[in-house]
Ligand binder design. Structure first.
Ligand SMILES: [Zn+2]
Length: 354
């Protein structure tokens, strides 16, 4: 059996006007699970539109997407009475609420408070230990029923997550196309690969304008287009393609980079990945796309060389490259990639001028 679940969403500064009509068929007893800041940002607009529904439970999810928080929510007697869950927050909050909804068999609706990942629409939850270290990927039976994106809320959220989110999103297309290169794809994987262009072109075209709009808290058409790339297009690719086609060298190199324990304290996930996208394009000799992504990264301040990630070219990078080439994201690629190939490509990129 094969199936696919395509994201349903409503985006706009007035998106909550649709929420009652969309959630009501699932019942009228609502649980709200949220991140503190996210809830503060949407509360006035959202609660007005939920008038007539009964909020039987509301609670901050916690600070980490961990089983400590999931188990606490699962034991809550008020939450058990709810017909449906509305989750309001960033990736961690949404992943906690999605897991809770899955375990209690309650439909989950998401309100995305930042645009940096596709957590609002995907069928997986990325779970961590209480100390923030990675625990596991939890697979849900179904994805969230519907995602609400208030573009005014995203425009007011911290610009750095949006910036890094653009880098992570562009990698989705480059890595998906690369890893699927020599394969005959089934309908679902072909569907995802075809859609993946929407993780890429809208950002190259409108990303700089959208980023400047987030920095100045302006809602614009460009901003909404890029938000849809980050959340909806990436989510559609993730849900649709075979796991072999979700990532490749850009993410493998990211995992390698995290061998330096300071890396993730100084740099965001999507920022590091966006450097890997350049390495991925250069190793595969996609010179025209390399030129475009390099120019885009420069325009918005995403990394284009080792120094941008606080690394030196004289650094042998052995620990990073050893971890990169054994990373599972390289298990399914069109030709073998060796440590030497990655090192040579990194050196070539240091000399690249765009
Ligand atoms: Zn990523």
């Amino acid at each position: 059996m094969k199936d696919n679940y395509l994201p349903r969403y409503t985006i706009g500064t007035d998106c909550f006007k649709a929420i009652k009509g969309i959630v009501s068929p699932f019942g009228n007893k609502v649980s709200l699970i949220y991140g503190e800041k996210a809830y503060a940002a949407v509360k006035d607009k959202l609660l007005k539109e939920l008038d007539g529904l009964e909020i039987v439970h509301e609670e901050i999810y916690g600070k980490e997407a961990s089983y400590t928080n999931i188990d606490r929510l699962l034991e809550n007697a008020d939450l058990k009475k709810a017909d449906l869950i509305i989750a309001i927050g960033g990736g961690k909050c949404l992943d906690v609420a999605k897991t809770v909804g899955d375990k209690l068999d309650k439909p989950v609706f998401t309100v995305a408070s930042i645009a940096s990942t596709c957590a609002a629409v995907t069928k997986i939850a990325i779970l961590h230990n209480d100390d923030g270290s990675f625990k596991e990927i939890y697979r849900l039976k179904t994805p969230p029923v519907h995602c609400f994106i208030d573009s005014e809320v995203i425009a007011k959220a911290p610009a750095e997550y949006f910036w890094a989110g653009m880098g992570d999103t562009m990698a989705k297309h480059v890595e998906c196309v690369f890893s699927a290169k020599n394969d005959v794809l089934d309908f679902e994987s072909e569907f995802g690969r075809t859609i993946s262009i929407l993780c890429y072109e809208p950002i190259i075209q409108s990303g700089l304008k959208a980023y400047n709009d987030v920095k100045t808290h302006q809602v614009s058409q460009e901003l909404e287009e890029v938000i849809k790339s980050i959340i909806i297009a990436t989510g559609t690719v993730s849900i649709s393609v075979h796991p072999d086609y979700n990532s490749a060298l850009a993410h493998a190199l990211y995992y390698g980079m995290t061998k330096r324990e300071w890396m993730e304290r100084k740099h965001l996930h999507g920022e590091i990945v966006s450097y890997g996208t350049l390495v991925q394009l250069l190793i595969d000799e996609q010179f025209e796309e390399l030129r475009r992504v390099y120019a885009f990264n420069k325009s918005v301040g995403l990394p284009v060389c080792l120094k941008d990630l606080d690394l030196e070219q004289s650094d042998p990078l052995d620990d990073i490259l050893d971890a990169t080439i054994v990373n599972q994201e390289l298990d399914h690629i069109p030709y073998p990639i060796t440590k030497e190939m990655v090192r040579n490509t990194i050196d070539k990129l240091e000399d690249y001028k765009g």
